[in-house]
Design a protein around this ligand. Structure first.
Ligand SMILES: [Zn+2]
Length: 649
């Protein structure tokens, strides 16, 4: 019976065996690891010593996503500056991987240069400061380098490695299977790598073989909203915000910046909403005093009790903060976080206010302020139109297909899609006053000139509107190849200068005119209208965004639309955005980008061009001028119409 163990002894034995087989720290979380094992050396921090989340309390939950027992697989952090994201999140993830959960890992940087600096500056102190140097093993793959296991692009350790890769090198991105993936400053990554997809896609694909246990961490300060990768990732997740308690009432809330002018912030705080006046809250300041260099007025106003508190409370309230999801995640095990520099314990609030005031109304500086401080993507609203802005132009008192008395002439434009023709008729008055008369869609096979959709379009040429008016010109988009021949044939068939094919171009620095005629070789006597769409888009965006006229003082290019226009039409007017892009040569240029269906926008552009062609024809044919003179034409037409109206009366 000597071999029979008591129950207690059995349990002890089992535990001893377990302990031997499973490392004792297998269930240690990433934040626990950081607090217990990581030491911050003097040269990397102003506060050397044991690592602490005290200066970045919000980072604790984010870092915990790396823990082996956390179910989270992917997480995205959209952030402002000076929040210690790399130090408190990514580096803790790296230390945890090397020490607790050795596995293949990859750290992706926006450029080669970032890669090189980073390892020496940050990773070496991390390895040494966490006593992990002994875990770094000899590297065998790199024959030509020192056999230290520690080369510029890679460190190897028992059970894994960590590669440092540039987002611009597709070969490096796809070279190995990865369990831990760190993607930092993703908004600075290139969108795509020569026909191989986006660097983010290439890199995340490498985690497929670790599908159920991988950890992918995305971080970045955002850029322009519709171009921001981190914003897209943020929207896919559960959109967590960091709630901190008010020192007065104790109620928790997200810290936000208050703009007294209601300006560009998405929800206009302190503005009448649904009939009730919402009290302003957020980071407040006295603009005049701050401009004079006195920032004493800077304080935070609680959303719940309306009382103010100062910067010095920030640290203590953040220790009690918690992340609160605002949406359901669209991807399982995916979390997303947004945090602004208002939470930074190294950047005081007055500094943020000062940077806001410095930005003034300069869109470039405001973008930087939004990105870096608020951690929010920025829309340059001068380069596009908002839905509310265009929807207000719908004139409820004006039915479709009625031409107002003040109108001088009618134009039309057609956009050809594979399965339909979209067409719009406009009336034009003094100084480019424009009435949207009707928007029509003819379904059919547009590749067949004998399809009824083309006859429907042709009929508009004969249609008689109010007071016997008819269209004077219709421009038909000949597109880029597919529909070209059928559009040419259509214009030739119904011709007589009433229907003209058009083709859009982007202007160059030498472009002077917004449009010009060119000959079509295939068809004798038919001209092609070349229009510089970007120039027209600039005018159109300006016209559609301008303020309501006061009294009879109607501005140039005042557009309205009949009451039968659909919401979808107005939505399509907002899908074109003007953005700043960097050319391969490093020049910053602005260009228009399309986001979603934009036929309505194009129809307005083509009609504007049609209006200009008519003005040109009147200038030359009726007024005997050498070129287009809109003022002279409008004056002539006003006089002519005045005479007509008198005759009628
Ligand atoms: Zn309060």
């Amino acid at each position: 019976m000597a071999n029979v163990l008591s129950k207690n002894e059995q349990i002890t034995t089992i535990f001893r065996h377990l302990k031997e087989r499973v490392p004792h720290d297998v269930l240690i979380s990433c934040p626990e690891w950081a607090e217990k094992r990581r030491y911050m050396p003097k040269k990397t921090t102003r506060k050397p010593g044991r690592f602490s989340f005290e200066d970045a309390p919000f980072a604790r939950e984010i870092a915990d996503n790396f823990s082996r027992n956390s179910p989270v697989r992917e997480f995205a952090v959209m952030k402002g500056v000076q929040l210690g994201f790399t130090t408190s999140v990514i580096e803790n993830g790296i230390g945890y991987t090397v020490d607790v959960d050795p596995a293949p890992a990859m750290f992706v940087f926006p450029t080669d240069q970032d890669c090189k600096d980073y390892k020496e500056r940050k990773i070496d102190p991390l390895i040494d400061g966490s006593n992990l140097r002994h875990k770094i093993v000899a590297e065998t793959e790199n024959r030509n380098t020192r056999k230290t296991g520690d080369t510029a692009q890679k460190i190897s350790f028992a059970g894994g490695f960590l590669k440092f890769v540039s987002a611009r090198k597709s070969n490096a991105l796809r070279s190995a299977d990865i369990k831990y993936l760190f993607l930092d400053e993703v908004d600075d990554y290139p969108d795509t790598l020569k026909e191989q997809g986006s660097p983010i896609e290439i890199a995340t694909k490498r985690t497929d073989s670790y599908a159920n246990v991988c950890k992918i961490c995305y971080g970045s300060t955002p850029v322009i909203a519709h171009k921001s990768k981190i914003y897209d990732l943020y929207m896919k997740g559960d959109q967590r915000k960091f709630y901190v308690p008010c020192p007065h009432c104790g109620k928790k809330q997200e810290l936000v910046f208050y703009e007294s002018n209601g300006g560009l912030y998405p929800d206009k705080r302190g503005i009448v909403k649904d009939g009730a006046l919402y009290k302003p809250y957020g980071l407040m300041f006295d603009t005049a005093e701050c401009r004079a260099g006195n920032f004493d007025s800077v304080r935070y106003r609680c959303k719940h009790c309306g009382k103010d508190f100062e910067d010095i409370y920030k640290k203590s309230i953040e220790q009690e903060g918690e992340w609160v999801p605002s949406e359901r995640s669209k991807i399982p095990f995916f979390r997303s976080y947004h945090i602004s520099a208002l939470y930074s314990l190294t950047k005081p609030w007055w500094k943020i206010v000062s940077e806001f005031l410095d930005a003034g109304n300069d869109p470039k500086k405001l973008q930087v302020f939004y990105n870096l401080n608020l951690g929010l993507p920025f829309e340059d609203r001068t380069g596009g139109v908002e839905y509310q802005t265009v929807h207000r132009l719908k004139d409820d008192s004006m039915p479709n297909n009625i031409v107002p008395k003040e109108a001088f002439f009618l134009t039309a434009a057609a956009d050809i899609q594979r399965d339909r023709i979209e067409c719009e008729i406009k009336a034009w008055g003094n100084n480019y006053r424009c009435w949207g008369i009707d928007h029509r869609v003819f379904k059919g096979d547009t590749s067949d000139l004998y399809d009824p959709c083309w006859q429907e379009l042709a009929k508009i040429g004969d249609e008689v509107f109010t007071d016997g008016r008819q269209i004077e010109l219709m421009l038909v988009d000949s597109g880029d190849g597919e529909n070209r021949d059928v559009v040419y044939s259509f214009c030739d068939l119904y011709g007589d200068g009433l229907f003209l094919p058009l083709k859009g171009f982007v202007s160059t620095t030498r472009t002077r005119e917004k449009w010009k005629f060119s000959e079509i070789k295939e068809i004798d006597g038919l001209s092609l209208v070349n229009i510089y769409v970007d120039l027209y888009k600039n005018s159109l965006a300006r016209y559609l965004s301008q303020a309501e006229p006061l009294g009879d003082n109607i501005p140039d290019g005042w557009f309205t639309f009949a009451n039968g226009y659909t919401d979808e039409y107005f939505r399509q007017l907002t899908t074109e955005r003007k953005v700043k892009v960097k050319t391969p040569g490093g020049l910053i240029v602005t260009k228009w980008e399309q986001h979603g269906r934009n036929e309505a926008f194009d129809l307005n552009v083509y009609n504007l061009a049609a209006c200009d062609i008519i003005i040109y024809q009147y200038s030359v044919a009726y007024l005997g001028l050498e070129g287009a003179n809109p003022r002279a034409v409008f004056e002539y037409m006003s006089l002519a119409q005045g005479t007509n109206n008198k005759t009628e009366a």
